[in-house]
Design a protein around this ligand. Structure first.
Ligand SMILES: [Zn+2]
Length: 277
């Protein structure tokens, strides 16, 4: 299974192989679609379907609404997000709303969308780091900086001020970048040292469980051994008594039988001892 536009071939080509090396630049857009404010948010899905069917160029890598995100184009390939040349080396991230809507959108929608966008931005940044060895800091860059390969985030409006203004002057950049930084920080906490410590702690827990199990098994073995020993001793005594009975005269037998009674009651008393439960 590929991305949405791989699985649903678009009417018009909407991606192609990159013709330049990837830079640490993420271009932020809004899709200029009406936000879906009723019930489950189908905004990103609707824009994906629109892009599949459009007859002009226009696509992104990832598309977010307030409760989900759609993978449109693989990061390895160029999406057609910008007409000023960044497609070859940038990644395009879009929100399923209109540039002018941010001030009047419900807070819950804005927050949900920014969190989805931050998650996708972090995923893009991890890919850039793995592919190009470039870290994308939580900052906005200018068009000149993006052209010079300075890593960061730029609005489509800043890339193409003559034709575009998205994601709009009221896009909450500070909050988006803070959420992005938090996503990246969470990843950074899973360092090899922390993972090694976790493994050690897991090792301790496992060793403790094994020791507890062994102790339990040993106790059971000791209890079993005690029972076997007592049964063996009891059998020996009975055997000795039986052979005595055979050899003895009647008088001796009477005397011995009296002793036997004492012995047997001693055995019975021994048997009655607790500790073999
Ligand atoms: Zn745009």
């Amino acid at each position: 299974m590929g991305t949405y536009l791989q699985d649903h071939p678009p009417r018009q080509t909407q991606f192609r192989a990159r013709r330049a090396r990837v830079r640490g630049v993420i271009v932020v857009h809004s899709a200029e679609s009406a936000p879906d404010l009723a019930g489950g948010d189908g905004g990103a899905e609707a824009v994906a379907e629109f892009i599949r069917g459009r007859s002009d160029y226009g696509s992104y890598h990832d598309l977010c609404d307030s409760d989900s995100a759609v993978d449109l184009v693989p990061y390895e390939l160029a999406a057609f997000g910008d007409g000023t040349g960044s497609n070859e080396w940038a990644l395009h991230l879009s929100a399923a709303t209109q540039a002018h809507r941010w001030p009047d959108l419900p807070e819950q929608w804005v927050d949900g969308c920014l969190r989805q966008m931050a998650k996708r931005a972090a995923r893009m940044a991890r890919w850039i780091e793995a592919t190009a060895g470039i870290t994308v800091p939580a900052r906005r860059i200018t068009r000149a900086q993006s052209e010079a390969g300075v890593p960061g985030f730029i609005s489509h409006g800043d890339r193409d001020p003559g034709r575009r203004s998205d994601p709009g002057p009221a896009f909450p950049w500070d909050r988006f970048l803070a959420y992005y930084a938090a996503e990246m920080e969470e990843d950074d906490m899973a360092t090899p040292e922390v993972l090694a410590q976790l493994k050690t702690i897991e090792g301790y827990a496992e060793a403790a469980a094994t020791a507890a199990q062994r102790t339990f098994a040993e106790q059971r073995a000791i209890r079993k051994g005690t029972t076997r020993y007592r049964n063996e001793e009891r059998a020996k005594v009975r055997q000795a008594l039986a052979s005595l009975r055979k050899r003895a005269t009647q008088d001796q037998a009477d005397e011995i039988l009296a002793d036997l009674a004492v012995l047997e009651s001693a055995v019975a008393a021994d048997e009655a001892e607790p500790g073999d439960a």
